[in-house]
Design a protein around this ligand. Structure first.
Ligand code: ZN
Length: 138
């Protein structure tokens, strides 16, 4: 059986990290399924879904490696051709990816103690994000 939910998340702009773990657990509960997998997918090209410990230090630390991997001001063609400012956001979204899939059993996510399912905003300004939870199991 397949159970699909869509949620809307308002972000505060670049590097805003949202913990979705409780909402994903709620979706599994609503599905009534006992065991299977849940895919968490963000339907945008300047955001990402990842797994991270959700803690004050890391919420701040996340910006530094991202700035090193794709600095904002590299003379990107995307920005010049589209009068845009978020080429680095698109590139980081591609690298990190738009989804994760996590197994669950006895109705509970099989995450490690410090793993949280997170939405990472990569765009340069606050955005409204559509996130899809698709639960597949029995
Ligand atoms: Zn763009």
């Amino acid at each position: 059986m397949v159970h699909t939910e869509r949620v809307t998340i308002e972000t505060r702009g670049e590097n805003d990290l949202h913990n979705l773990t409780d909402r994903v657990s709620d979706a599994i509960r609503s599905s009534g399924l006992e065991a299977g997998i849940v895919t968490v997918f963000v339907a945008h090209s300047t955001a990402a879904i990842t797994i991270s410990e959700y803690e004050r230090g890391l919420i701040e630390d996340v910006r530094r490696p991202l700035e090193r991997i794709a600095p904002a001001d590299e003379g990107y063609l995307h920005n010049r051709l589209n009068a845009d400012d978020n080429a680095h956001s698109h590139l980081l979204s591609s690298i990190i990816g738009p989804s994760v899939t996590v197994p669950f059993s006895d109705g509970s996510l099989l995450l490690g103690a410090w793993q949280g399912i997170t939405l990472l905003e990569l765009d340069t300004h606050p955005r409204r994000r559509q996130v899809i939870f698709q639960v597949i199991g029995a």
